[in-house]
Design a binder for this molecule. Sequence first.
Ligand SMILES: NC(=O)c1ccc[n+]([C@@H]2O[C@H](COP(=O)([O-])OP(=O)(O)OC[C@H]3O[C@@H](n4cnc5c(N)ncnc54)[C@H](OP(=O)(O)O)[C@@H]3O)[C@@H](O)[C@H]2O)c1
Length: 168
Amino acid sequence: MIVSLIAAVDSKNGIGLNGIMPWGHIKEDMQFFRSTTTGYPVIMGRVTFESLGSKPLPKRKNIVISSSINNDLKYDNLFFDNSFEDVLSKLLLEKYNQIFIIGGESIYKKALDYADSIYLTHINKDYNCDRFFPEVDKSLFNSSILKSFIYNDINVDIVEYSRKKIVQ
Ligand SMILES: NC(=O)c1ccc[n+]([C@@H]2O[C@H](COP(=O)([O-])OP(=O)(O)OC[C@H]3O[C@@H](n4cnc5c(N)ncnc54)[C@H](OP(=O)(O)O)[C@@H]3O)[C@@H](O)[C@H]2O)c1
């Protein structure tokens, strides 16, 4: 099972400010996120889930990590769990080819060591964020730029980082 992290980051690795993404709606990034994650399970923290309007993303199994289970929300594709590691084990047993970790800071930190690949949309501006993507040891990953574009006069690069295979 391929474990992938996907995030948009600013020039200081910021991912959020006051519970939202401060750069607004970047159409190309939203399209990339949707096409990359659709069909696969997505795992997120409770704060990120609430930033999505407390609704699951369509056509994906949504798993929300929280210390409290919310039974009020009834969606076929929404599940709550209180342990990130238990979620990984369960998805492995369910034989998914790939899963996506979609934030926020607390969940990216837990997931980084398990990451086979990381998709980062680099937005070349500082938004004074209060939440950050964890430091990635770039020597452990190969990188390739998938797409570059300009958003509101800002350079944006979507980069895939693939963990290097250890040759024995
Ligand atoms: N730029 C991007 O691509 C991107 C993507 C996603 C999110 N974000 C941003 O990231 C920010 C949110 O990040 P965050 O770190 O504040 O929140 P978060 O990771 O989304 O959610 C934190 C919550 O997850 C639950 N949680 C985390 N670890 C847990 C554990 N070990 N056991 C049980 N529950 C656990 C807790 O929920 P309970 O309090 O319910 O127990 C905790 O309060 C927002 O600003 C959001 O916009 C950005």
